[in-house]
Design a protein around this ligand. Structure first.
Ligand SMILES: [Zn+2]
Length: 293
């Protein structure tokens, strides 16, 4: 984490950086740990946290599944205004669209994001968001990006509030949703890497594979749960996604039902359960880092 010297906590009676009310009665208490009364208020408090360099609040209000390992604030970007465009708040899930204006040296721009929030153990947390970069002069992949550190490309959504998110970018989601073949890497006990072509499914949160408990890959995973999956676009092989994570569960599939599901997903409408069904498991892989182009 880095905290710039520009990070200054406002006093209680200062106008709140989020543009609503006074800091001491608006975002201030949330930065001190009070639960947000709703997703929009949490959104506002996270903006304020960026504006005043409060990484602790950002970490605390970020879903653990998508929270980056490091949160950098106070890198010289000044956040100079927030507009909430819309807020759709359900009981446990919400989406908030906003525009945030920034300055960095002589550069200036506007970040537009549609952020998703969920309520978790009674507290609202930020999950991820879709960034619309047209609003800013944040040249894609150029050093003039607002934080000067995150490249452009389809991963631009990671630029600010979802920086280094573990979520799958919309631009590459189809690679996982369509029945493409994946190359799955695991680590053998002797440290060498094993790569196999795999059927897989994506449930929006995990990657799922069918496997048996009697094969080498399963033994690899017992020793080292690391898994990396690369999927490329068959029509455009330079477009690919790499997902890194680990085995979080091996669920028995003694009837081979998941194998049948995958067989059908990959085009065999008549898929039957395999003879080794008794040893079948569903490997559930977490999504912890995402790369690609
Ligand atoms: Zn506020």
């Amino acid at each position: 984490m880095s905290f710039g010297s520009a990070s200054v906590r406002p006093s209680a009676t200062d106008a709140c950086p989020c543009g609503e009310g006074e800091f001491g009665t608006h975002c201030g208490p949330l930065l001190d740990g009070e639960p947000a009364p709703g997703a929009e208020r949490l959104m506002r408090s996270r903006y304020t946290a960026f504006a005043v360099g409060d990484a602790a609040h950002l970490a605390r209000s970020w879903h653990p599944r998508t929270r980056p390992d490091e949160i950098e604030v106070g890198d010289g970007t000044r956040w100079i205004g927030l507009d909430i465009v819309s807020a759709e708040e359900g009981a446990d899930a919400a989406e908030v669209s906003f525009r945030a204006r920034w300055r960095h040296g002589s550069e200036a721009g506007e970040l537009r994001e549609r952020s998703r929030f969920v309520r978790r153990a009674g507290r609202w947390v930020y999950v991820d968001g879709d960034v619309d970069e047209r609003g800013g002069r944040a040249a894609r992949g150029e050093a003039s990006s607002p934080n000067g550190r995150v490249g452009g490309s389809a991963y631009g959504r990671e630029r600010i509030l979802g920086e280094r998110t573990r979520m799958i970018p919309d631009a590459h989601r189809d690679l996982l949703e369509n029945p493409n073949y994946g190359s799955l890497g695991t680590v053998r006990p002797d440290g060498t890497v094993q790569v196999n072509p795999m059927w897989f499914d994506f449930d929006g949160e995990h990657l799922l594979f069918t496997h048996t408990t009697t094969r080498q890959k399963f033994r690899n995973l017992q020793q080292n749960p690391s898994m990396s999956l690369m999927v490329f676009d068959p029509a455009q092989p330079y477009r690919y996604i790499e997902v890194r994570g680990r085995l979080v569960e091996a669920e028995p599939d003694p009837t081979g039902a998941f194998y049948v599901h995958l067989g059908k997903r990959y085009g065999n409408a008549e898929q039957e359960a395999p003879p080794d069904s008794a040893d079948r498991v569903i490997l559930k892989m977490s999504i912890e880092k995402v790369g690609g182009q």
